[in-house]
Design a protein around this ligand. Structure first.
Ligand SMILES: [Zn+2]
Length: 171
């Protein structure tokens, strides 16, 4: 499988200075990475990505602005949940023959004229997802929360607590 060519940025021929590129992250965006990482359960993150490229004579500075929505579910009540994913991320493109030891720097051969930005967008999406996903306070489905509360063990009931039985036997 090949990287989606719609995410190629052709920088050769651009004047020095700032340039804006707009991309759309659709469901098919993740196909390549799903295959590469053998990930099955992929997050559904969709929306717009703005790329601000600053071309200098020897390097490029690339700012990637995510304006995405993560369609997921709430960890507390299990109902559908849409979370905004907004972040600005920067990396650099330099030219040479040595591999980059820094993941924020992409090193291209001197004669290269374009690069594919989708692996960077993918990486920035993954690192921008919030680790906890839940509704704002009070916006969870009240029925589900009530059921979950009913299922919680009742700590005041010492009769059914095996630890309590053990303590009783000790005395
Ligand atoms: Zn919820």
């Amino acid at each position: 499988m090949e990287l989606n060519k719609n995410f190629n940025i052709k920088f050769a021929g651009l004047k020095n200075g700032k340039h804006v590129f707009n991309f759309e992250v659709e469901e098919t965006f993740f196909d390549y990475f799903t295959v590469e990482s053998e990930e099955v359960d992929f997050p559904e993150v969709l929306g717009k990505v703005e790329v601000l490229l600053d071309k200098m004579s020897t390097m490029l500075t690339v700012d990637v602005v995510l304006n995405l929505t993560w369609n997921t579910w709430c960890d507390l009540c299990g109902e559908d949940l849409s979370l905004d994913v907004h972040s600005t991320n920067r990396f650099f493109v330099k030219f040479g023959t040595e591999d980059s030891l820094n993941e924020d720097i992409l090193v291209l051969p001197h004669n290269e004229f374009e690069f594919n930005i989708s692996p960077f967008i993918y990486e920035f999406i993954i690192t921008s997802l919030p680790s906890k996903k839940k509704h704002k306070d009070g916006e969870c489905n009240p029925e589900t929360i009530e059921k979950l509360n009913d299922l919680k063990p009742n700590s005041s009931n010492k009769e059914n607590n095996p630890l309590w039985d053990q303590l009783k036997n000790l005395s």
